[in-house]
Ligand binder design. Sequence first.
Ligand SMILES: Nc1ncnc2c1ncn2[C@@H]1O[C@H](COP(=O)(O)OP(=O)(O)O)[C@@H](O)[C@H]1O
Ligand SMILES: [Mg+2]
Length: 273
Amino acid sequence: MEPCSLGPVNHDRMISFDSVTKAFPHNGSGTTTVLRNLSFDVRQGDFTCILGPSGCGKSTLLNLVAGFLKPDTGSITIDRKPVQGPGPDRAMVFQDPTLFPWLTVLQNIMFGLRRKGLDKAECRRQAMHYLEFTGLGHAAAQYPYALSGGMRQRAAIARVLALHPMVLLMDEPFSALDANTREHLQEELQNIHSAGKETFMYVTHSVSEAAYLADRIIILGDRGTVAHDIEVTIKRPRKRSSTELLELKTLLRSHLAHLPCCMTHTTRKPAQP
Ligand SMILES: Nc1ncnc2c1ncn2[C@@H]1O[C@H](COP(=O)(O)OP(=O)(O)O)[C@@H](O)[C@H]1O
Ligand SMILES: [Mg+2]
């Protein structure tokens, strides 16, 4: 069996980018176009990895879906509704887990649930469920400072899962962790994805991570356009040492190596006469 197939995918539209362009001011003298005329759709329930080198616009893309940024032109829709700001249908996990240091792990998970209007006992029950689910039941009463980096990241994942978002956005969530913890959390994430209905958009610069986790890999190219759109059909659970995975990683490395090195485009304002 081929490890992956290139070409068009079934465009079921859970997340939809339609001709999205985003530029940022550059040194006060022009703009840097990070994403240009970007169009693609993400299917409901898929695990889509956005892969690309540093600075190619991956975080910008995710921040647009989260509603933290607005596109200059074009539109983004979630389940056919335009993104007009952050909303409860989406949740984000960052590279540095953002837990409240003055709350215990359990209270951190309960915080978002309380804001949804659930009573305290129900919040506690649901929070404990997700802590057990992510292997943190034993750490419920601990404060974030007492946890390892991997445990803090698990707590951050438990917190977003408890909120039942339709879309989970993850921006290089494991890149600051040691290799063993990272692989362990990738396995857990694969299980979480298989067990649920959430749609994942996962940003990474690691070909190993993308090959292991993704149903689909979008490689961002020049100025944030889609350079490659790869459907991954390797069956789960995946084995890191399988020939299919190794072949896919080789393909991804080759695609990345052939991207133009200048990823963004800067326009300078003409000098004042
Ligand atoms: N708020 C901002 N203001 C100005 N430039 C920005 C801002 N956010 C990102 N950029 C620039 O946009 C480009 C892409 O950034 P980013 O999306 O963070 O890339 P990636 O996540 O792929 O490393 C970089 O050149 C970065 O400096
Ligand atoms: Mg980034």
